[in-house]
Write a protein that binds this ligand. Sequence first.
Ligand code: SAM
Length: 214
Amino acid sequence: MTTEALSRAVAHYDSLPAGMRWHVRIRRWLSRLEDVEALVPKNGNILEIGSGHGLVSLYLAHASEGRHILGLDIDAAKVEAAQKVGDIGGRVEFRVGDALELPDAVFDAIVIVDVLYLMDEAAQAAVLKAAKKLLRPGGKLVWKAQDQSPAWKYLLTKAQEWITTTIGLTAGRSLTFLPRERALELLRDAGFRDATAHPMPRRLYTDVIFTGLA
Ligand SMILES: C[S@@+](CC[C@H](N)C(=O)[O-])C[C@H]1O[C@@H](n2cnc3c(N)ncnc32)[C@H](O)[C@@H]1O
């Protein structure tokens, strides 16, 4: 069911130029977004920080009709592509926006997938604090990131992201992957309770999903 929803999300991009179509397909195959979706509440207003071309937001919306999603990304070209393909009965909206200047609104959940490593540690901490403030009490943060171990997977993770940022495929100000314990500390410092790391085994990368409750 959730894999079918992901296929429906990917199909939104069929009319776009080959470069974007393939970018989205590759993200689908490399990111195991089903693990993220399973942790996101099925209903409510959801903010996706760093929504890129919009694949995660569209997937979340296809997987549950009770979700209304606002996707923000700093890259205007990606947001434009997302706006072009991203209509699902008015339940998904995309805007240009910086994770460090979040809108003044209240959300039931906030989702961040493979974004915060593009900022230094202080900025990551600032985004988590801002996210906590925007969540209603009991609201949930779902944050996919990358750990620093095991070492060989970390090397591969870092090399791939170095390439995508260097050739300009991904916009970012830094390349900072936090060790799992440090990420959990930042979540607790931001005021999240039940900060939890959900490992993603059988992956080539050091992916991990963190959750916390406001
Ligand atoms: C690897 S992509 C992930 C996109 C999307 N979350 C996904 O999983 O398909 C990272 C995204 O973070 C965005 N980004 C980087 N810095 C940002 C910032 N300060 N505010 C908002 N978005 C940012 C980039 O433009 C890019 O679209």
